[in-house]
Design a protein around this ligand. Structure first.
Ligand SMILES: [Zn+2]
Ligand SMILES: [Zn+2]
Length: 143
């Protein structure tokens, strides 16, 4: 029995065992480092991420992958910027015929050169397009 154990624990096998253990440890350290960097990029709370990943090796990483936020912070900021830009474009109506300043959809005069760019309803004072015959807000007929 003792000889069998000795045979099993040959120096080669012990070396393989050390390499295997070292590999697992390296993998574990890498998973913790990866999770920490990833959590930071996604804006997740780093302390609970650290907790689960370092207390429960590998399974903690799986739990993190399931629970982590879907997008990176940078992506989310880009999306918000995109939405703000689109909203702004919707608000734009055109350009001032006199000076080219951007006119937003509820502007009546150009804010730069005071040129009248739209009509105003005589009844409710809302801005109207030049070709509108009836105010869409209060039904007043426009001459
Ligand atoms: Zn102008
Ligand atoms: Zn009106």
């Amino acid at each position: 029995m003792a000889s069998l154990l000795q045979e099993l624990l040959s120096p080669q096998l012990v070396a393989v065992g050390y390499v295997f253990v070292g590999f697992i440890v390296a993998l574990y350290v890498l998973s913790v480092v990866y999770t920490f960097i990833d959590a930071k990029r996604r804006g997740a709370e780093p302390f609970w991420v650290w907790g689960i990943v370092s207390l429960i090796p590998f399974i903690g990483l799986l739990v993190y992958v399931v629970l982590r936020p879907n997008s990176y912070i940078a992506d989310r900021e880009e999306q918000m910027l995109d939405m703000a830009l689109r909203e702004h474009q919707l608000n734009e109506y055109g350009a001032c015929p006199n000076c080219g300043t951007t006119i937003e959809k509820d502007f009546v005069v150009c804010p730069v050169c005071n040129t009248q760019v739209r009509n105003v309803c005589p009844s409710c004072h809302r801005p109207l397009d030049a070709h509108w015959k009836v105010c869409p807000y209060c039904r007043t007929h426009i001459q």
